[in-house]
Design a protein around this ligand. Sequence first.
Ligand code: NAD
Length: 476
Amino acid sequence: MATMIIEGERVGASSGETYQVTNPATGEVVDHVPKGGADDVDRAARAASKAQQPWARLAPAERARILHKAADHMLSQVEEIAPVLTAEQGKTILESRIEARRFGENIAWFADLADKIHGEYVSLPDATTYGLVLRKPIGVTGAIVPWNFPLTLAANKVAPAIAAGNAVVLKPSSTTPLATLRCIEALIEGGLPEGVVNVVLGPDTGESIVTHPLIRKVALTGSTPTGKKVMAAAAPHLKKVVLELGGSDPCIVLDDANVEEAAKAISVGRFFNCGQACLAIKRLFVQDGVYDALLEKLIERARRLKPGDGMNRDSRMGPMHTVGQRAEVEAQVQDALDRGAKVVFGGGGPQGGEYDSGNFINPTILVEVPDDSRMVTEEVFGPALPVMRIKDLDEALGRANNSPFGLGSSIWTSSMKAAHRAVQELEAGYTWVNALQIAHDELPFGGTKESGFGKEHGLEAFYQYTEQKSVVYGLV
Ligand code: NAD
């Protein structure tokens, strides 16, 4: 049975309760897990608080060295961790390997910054004094993670937090805790001091993290409704929050685009991880002149995406993570059909044999999807792509921005002028021009509008795990 990681101990829930983690491809039980509660979060927060000061007092170069060593050790275990992620989450083993590697690489990327915190010298009006602006760690931070990319999204929070000298209480999604535990365990085996990262498990532990007085900042990746609840619960404590929430990324393809490259990127952008990605192409706007050609290429690519158990070598798309998630996507597709949309590829789920025991779904492409259908107004968290025909860039930008979300966005065009306009006008935290929608370590990532605020990745994320402090030195 899996255990939580609190203050150097491997513990069950104080209540003694457990729950099951099941495999989305087979329905089989993968493991039993402690169902932690408020008491366990309290213990983890105290442990983190105790570990934080000595961690922050280490010479920054020493912190960097420890983190690099821990990351290297974790990376040596990617082959063992990846199948655990596939078993609990459903994604293909290839996707799991990529994700497990990203965990270690992310720790290493921020480790490089641990000894590069810069402050400022400020001259003051009175020449007998001068000012400094320091950056200090915030203290204990809470990290709350969803199930779609359990490792990447945990690392996005844990890596900058610990590199900057904070300690962490980490809560994985209740359905995907196992690979995360393995990653944190590997960091500890690799030399990360016990207590710097504590892991609590259980569906309701997020609420306790948000309100715990020792936890000074909360970073959440989750849905927009959860983000609103977390922000409201954090408000009475004036707690800092980073909210990485839902998205409905528009992609615009103009007549002068490289259609082959666009099709490749859109196919990955919509169907990677069985469409269960925040940064995913969820609304496609295609100009008249390339509409038919692009659609044909997208269908050709979708045809190659054989659904199946992620551990099978020939599977190209794992199952949906839960029955409820699959039902939600099916209902959104049905709503579009009821409003006059047409399926040009896929629809429904594969039947028979292995398919009957898992949450499998077919990659699906729809056309003539009206703007008031759920596929356009809501986030579609699964492998279904609505394709909309547009006359020109004006129409595309208007319809792309007509959304409560503002996470990613992309445009394919060979016109500098059109690209420039899209970059300026698309309401999103990220715009890719003629490029695959992937989040780079080097660039700040985060949303606008109801996709949240605050950044992950880049120097910006690192600095968001520090607080500025002004100091006046008198020379008398
Ligand atoms: P979710 O909001 O249901 O849960 C996310 C995490 O929050 C889980 O660990 C959950 O237990 C916890 N949680 C739920 N209610 C809480 C509360 N009231 N207080 C504290 N914690 C609480 O999301 P999900 O279904 O696990 O993940 C899918 C969603 O995440 C999608 O909307 C997706 O777009 C979004 N997401 C966003 C990003 C991003 O970077 N912007 C990345 C990945 C996923």
